[in-house]
Ligand binder design. Structure first.
Ligand code: AKB
Length: 314
């Protein structure tokens, strides 16, 4: 099946793997990668690439018209930890990029949009365990505020203009191909690199900080699945809760120690602790399961096996 797809923010942690997965599915020439900087050799050489600023409406419109784009995946964003250092830059990037793609869809220049939200939409007064789809949301980070506002704008553009926008609230994502950048959950990737390089890791979150997490392969499957679902099955037009596993740093350390027995973790919490403390520890994703058949495949043990096995080889 041929389809013309644009990924904005294709060189980041999710964008890189999403681009490669979509190229595999729809053909290299059908999937246009774009970012403000160039990405890995594999991404750059396997299909078309456009240097593009996600906040520049005209630049996106030119690419959309040139390639006759149908679906857009907007993966460019400033994450929670970096967003606290540059609040206005985070707000401008996260919101303006979203308005750009929503307005392209409103004007019928593209058919369908994927835009990621996050567990960062929740806050300290949200029920922490099995956080429901519909609940109190009082995000305390600029990133979380931008994602919560973005969710409302997605629902608004769908209700008011019929825009086909689809979204999931990603938990912390664990991957070996591309490093994350600027998030609070990044420790869950760094720890594997450090375990292999130094057999020890100093964690910036403290012991017992349980957060929702997911292996990247599951996140990519969820993203492609929601985009391929029948529109009538997408009942939530803000963003769906999405879950796979939940653990604290000591549990991931134990899991690594089953492969590297002398691995040691120590704790040195920084400003990211406060962000993590405001987020849920586990997520109820029953609506995603019921509406479009979401089912995770990776738990902590299988994630650790994949991470260590692939990082050793790379
Ligand atoms: C972050 O830590 O900021 C992100 C997220 C949970 O959205 N990984």
């Amino acid at each position: 099946m041929q389809k013309s797809i644009l990924i904005i923010g294709a060189c980041g942690q999710i964008g890189t793997e999403l681009t490669m997965a979509l190229r595999e599915k729809y053909g290299n020439q059908s999937v246009i990668a774009s970012d403000i900087r160039e990405g890995s050799d594999l991404l750059m050489q396997s299909g078309p690439f456009e240097l593009m600023d996600a906040t520049d409406y005209g630049a996106i419109e030119d690419v959309v018209m040139h390639y006759e784009i149908e679906d857009v995946y907007l993966m460019a964003a400033m994450l929670s930890a970096t967003g606290e250092k540059f609040p206005m830059r985070a707000w401008n990037l996260n919101m303006n990029s979203l308005f750009n793609v929503l307005n392209l869809a409103k004007d019928k220049k593209v058919d369908k949009i994927f835009w990621p939200s996050s567990i960062a939409v929740f806050g300290p007064n949200t029920p922490r365990e099995a956080t429901p789809q519909q609940t109190l949301m009082d995000p305390t980070t600029v990133y979380g505020i931008s994602k919560q506002s973005g969710e409302r704008w997605c629902a608004y553009y769908h209700a008011k203009y019929g825009v086909d926008v689809r979204s999931v609230r990603y938990p912390g994502l664990i991957s070996w191909k591309t490093l994350p950048g600027g998030g609070t959950t990044d420790y869950a990737v760094e720890i594997y690199h450090s375990a292999l390089e130094e057999k020890r890791y100093t964690c910036f979150l403290q012991k017992g900080t349980k957060l929702p997490m997911m292996f990247m392969d599951d996140a990519i499957r969820a993203t492609i699945a929601i985009m391929n679902a029948d529109p009538k099955d997408i009942k939530v037009r803000s963003s769906y809760n999405l879950s796979a596993m939940s653990f604290g740093p000591e549990e991931i350390a134990d899991s690594i120690a089953t492969h590297i027995p002398d691995f040691k973790i120590t704790y040195q919490p920084d400003f990211r602790q406060q962000i993590a403390d405001s987020w849920p520890s586990s997520i109820d994703d029953s609506e995603a399961k019921a509406d479009w058949g979401w089912a995770p495949e990776f738990d902590l043990a299988t994630t650790t096996k994949e991470m260590l096995g692939n990082l050793v080889k790379s």
